[in-house]
Design a protein around this ligand. Structure first.
Ligand code: ADP
Ligand code: MG
Length: 249
């Protein structure tokens, strides 16, 4: 079943065309990696797919709804989440507070002051459950700025999971960490997705070991266009794609 669909999406920044006629369909059970060289348009694509940026032309639909008309809160209620790198935005908050911000958003309590929410059991239960899933249960009181780079990335993904989504979009969840930490992040992500019944994951990813190790499907983007869209085996066999994305001759 189709969850997310883009039809002939264009995105201009001024006169520069960052997405040039992108069409894609994401279905249930897929783990899609978006790959491509720097400046290809991957982040722009994620921003348009999640409604953060309006497309200049074309449409994006989530579960049959035009996301341009939904707005961020209804999109969240319908089950779409993305990582927002809250860790970098609020470095002084604890792990508990960072996950709580996401949980509060998903429970529709965003308008209230923070202090009374300490009493709200559902928020804190969500925080404990998600922290447990992501191996952060022992670090709940730490300020996020004191975490290792790997734990910061895990916290970003955990915060997206605290929104109880059906589909999750992650922009480079493993960037800037060691190979061992990348593997941990991906194993924890895969397990959490299984345990919480996530229907689809879309992930921008540079590391080709991660891309080929975890994706069910790969979409290669270049100059704002989809260069290839298919199974890992199909993408691996495309010499043109591999040359552009990883510089393989
Ligand atoms: N806000 C913006 N204003 C103008 N140009 C932008 C903006 N954001 C991205 N771009 C340009 O659009 C292109 C695609 O950027 P981006 O989607 O971030 O690529 P990627 O994530 O694949 O590296 C790049 O050439 C980038 O310089
Ligand atoms: Mg990017």
């Amino acid at each position: 079943m189709t969850i997310l669909q883009a039809v002939e999406v264009r995105k201009f920044y001024g006169t520069f065309c960052a997405l040039d006629g992108v069409s894609l369909v994401i279905g249930e059970g897929e783990h899609v990696s978006i790959i491509g060289p720097n400046g290809a348009g991957k982040t722009t694509l994620v921003n348009v797919l999640t409604g953060l940026l309006p497309p200049s032309a074309g449409t994006v639909t989530f579960k049959g709804h035009d996301i341009g008309r939904l707005g961020p809160l209804r999109l969240l209620r319908l089950g779409m989440a993305r990582s927002f790198q809250l860790v970098n935005i609020f470095p002084q908050l604890s792990v508990r507070e960072t996950i709580a911000i996401a949980a509060i958003s998903s429970l529709g309590m965003g308008g209230r002051a923070f202090a009374p929410l300490r009493k709200n059991r559902r928020v804190w239960e969500t925080v404990e459950r998600v922290a447990g899933l992501f191996g952060l249960a022992g670090k709940l009181e730490q300020p996020t700025k004191s975490l290792s780079q790997g734990d910061k990335k895990l916290l970003d993904v955990a915060s997206a999971f605290a929104l109880s989504p059906e589909i999750i979009l992650l922009d480079e969840p493993t960037s800037g960490v060691s190979t061992a930490e990348k593997t941990t992040i991906m194993q924890v992500l895969a397990r959490a997705a299984k345990e919480t019944g996530i229907k689809a994951i879309i992930q921008v990813e540079h590391d080709m070991d991660i891309v080929f190790g975890y994706s069910s499907r790969i979409i290669a983007v270049h100059n704002g266009k989809i260069l290839a869209d298919g199974s890992p085996a199909m993408i691996r066999a495309r010499d043109d794609v591999m040359a552009i994305v990883v510089g393989r001759p």
